[in-house]
Design a protein around this ligand. Structure first.
Ligand SMILES: C[S@@+](CC[C@H](N)C(=O)[O-])C[C@H]1O[C@@H](n2cnc3c(N)ncnc32)[C@H](O)[C@@H]1O
Length: 148
């Protein structure tokens, strides 16, 4: 996102270790990012503070409907009206587990339905992701705008 020109980028992950790996990868540019170690379901996001929310491969870990509802409530609170959300999960042909944990798989319609009518679906698609160990996983992306 920094490479694409986004500024005031924050990265949130529940794992300090994951953040450390990303910081190392960004090297000197790591200082341009605000790093937040927190559970996305519990973090106190500043209301309407986010223009673009980008999640790849986190939402699909939420196999409990209550957790998915909490996630959507967090997104609704944090995103400014008119802001955009990109959420990517494993697609229907994706794996049933990730890092040894069960995951939910979605078509674009199913994924958009999780977020509901406040989110207008602007675009969607599937994309293969090559893992560090060389296998290919199907991802589904939904790109939505939070309606005013
Ligand atoms: C498969 S990795 C994806 C990492 C990165 N988004 C990417 O696409 O390369 C999933 C990440 O979600 C994080 N994660 C899982 N549950 C989370 C939660 N409730 N809150 C914040 N991060 C979470 C994990 O620590 C892990 O780093």
């Amino acid at each position: 996102m920094l490479g694409a020109g986004y500024r005031r980028v924050s990265v949130l992950d529940i794992s300090e270790k994951a953040l450390a790996v990303s910081k190392q990868r960004l090297a000197r540019r790591a200082d341009e990012v605000t790093w937040v170690a927190a559970n996305v379901l519990e973090h106190s996001f500043q209301p309407q503070s986010i223009d673009v929310w980008h999640d790849r491969a986190v939402f699909h870990f939420l196999t409990d409907a209550r957790h998915r509802q909490l996630y959507v409530a967090q997104l609704l609170r944090a995103l400014r009206p008119g802001g955009h959300a990109v959420v990517a999960t494993f697609g229907p042909q994706g794996p049933t587990q990730c890092s040894g944990l069960p995951v939910a798989r979605y078509s674009s319609d199913e994924l958009h339905r999780e977020f509901g009518t406040p989110f207008r679906l602007l675009d969607h698609g599937t994309a293969p992701h090559t893992t560090p160990w060389g296998s290919t996983q199907q991802f589904v992306y939904c790109y939505c705008r939070l309606e005013h």
